[in-house]
Design a protein around this ligand. Structure first.
Ligand code: FAD
Length: 300
């Protein structure tokens, strides 16, 4: 197995280190300032091939990488935005199936969450395939004793010659309202303690005022008050915010296991003894709905 990770300005995407770990440290890093990104994989990577490419043009990059990947039976990319763009191009170029959004990948089986996270599909893959791995599902534990990886640098034609390729017109600042929740640094989440769907709209307004993204528990997504991609937890998205604010969230293990390790947790709940309040740095015993009204008045 080998990982392919798109790097932008020396930064690995969410889930980048994880796919490298999943592939026993073997990876191709492609993009801008790949050598900087390679440094951040100390303790995880064992053998890296670096392909410096200023422009991200997925079809051209897939062609460029094909000779490097043709003898690799399993190619794994993170299901990050760039990974999701590049993976189908690589699969097409190598004439292989793509197993997208996997939670586990190996030569014997591929697990994939389907049906809004309610079903786990296990398939027995063919001998060669491409997969994307959902960030946060496998984890990564760096080994401080691992020797520095071997590094091979590959130069190739710049990836801007193919007129049929996607063209990046501009790269906008990430908008917390729409970015992948897995990449959000601040998250405001609503839970079963909310008394109506409009509370999620209020949370979105409050989130916009402080540059945060909106998350939810499964109780809220099951009620249809938020889309499934906003659900945090084992059958939702795994997140890694620095600030997590929970309104009416009990803190069930299926929810908190997807929370990462936030630096600050604020919880508003009527039950001072629920798990979310035990985890919180700031635990406010009170009505989440009234608190949301007041925050909306103060911030929007
Ligand atoms: C296989 C499986 C997978 C699951 N996957 C996920 C998952 O990915 N993500 C997920 O979130 N859950 C998941 N769940 C569900 C999980 O077990 C919990 O049921 C769910 O997280 C609870 O959501 P909640 O805290 O919003 O709601 P509740 O359990 O209903 O808790 C509501 C909380 O709000 C508080 N409250 C009530 N009224 C107020 C008020 N007026 N003001 C303030 N606080 C109030 C209550 O004290 C309580 O703590 C899964 C369950 C299973 C079995």
């Amino acid at each position: 197995m080998i990982a392919v990770v798109v790097v932008r300005a020396g930064v690995l995407p969410t889930g980048g280190a994880e796919v490298v770990a999943e592939c026993a440290g073997r990876a191709v890093l492609v993009g801008s300032q790949v050598a900087v990104a390679a440094e951040s994989l100390r303790g995880v990577a064992t053998a890296l091939t670096l392909v410096e490419q200023e422009a991200f043009r997925p079809a051209a990059i897939a062609h460029l990488l094909a000779p490097l990947l043709i003898d690799e039976p399993i190619v794994v990319l993170p299901a990050s935005p760039d990974g999701r763009d590049l993976a189908p191009r690589i699969a097409f170029t190598l004439h292989r199936p793509l197993h997208a959004g996997a939670t586990l990948v190996n030569a014997n089986h591929v697990d994939m969450a389907r049906g809004g996270g309610r079903e786990l599909h296990r398939l027995v893959p063919g001998a060669t395939f491409v997969a994307t791995l959902q960030p946060g599902t496998r984890g990564v534990v760096p080994d401080p004793l691992l020797p520095a990886p071997t590094i091979t640098s590959v130069t190739g034609p710049t990836s801007d010659g193919d007129t049929r390729d996607a063209v990046v017109m501009a790269v906008d600042e990430a908008d917390p309202a729409t970015i992948d929740l897995g990449e959000a640094t601040r998250i405001i989440a609503g839970g079963g303690g909310l008394d109506g769907s409009d509370r999620m709209r209020q949370l979105a307004d409050i989130a916009a005022a402080i540059g945060a993204s909106v998350g939810a528990t499964r109780v809220v997504t099951d009620r249809g008050w938020a889309p499934h991609e906003r659900q945090i937890g084992t059958t939702g998205v795994v997140v890694a915010p620095r600030l997590y604010m929970a309104f009416g969230v009990a803190g069930a293990v299926q929810h908190t296991s997807g929370l990462g390790d936030p630096t600050h947790i604020v919880s508003v709940n009527t039950d001072p003894h629920c798990p979310m309040m035990q985890l919180a740095d700031l635990a406010i015993v009170g009505d989440a709905n009234a608190t949301i009204d007041e925050l909306e008045r103060l911030l929007t």
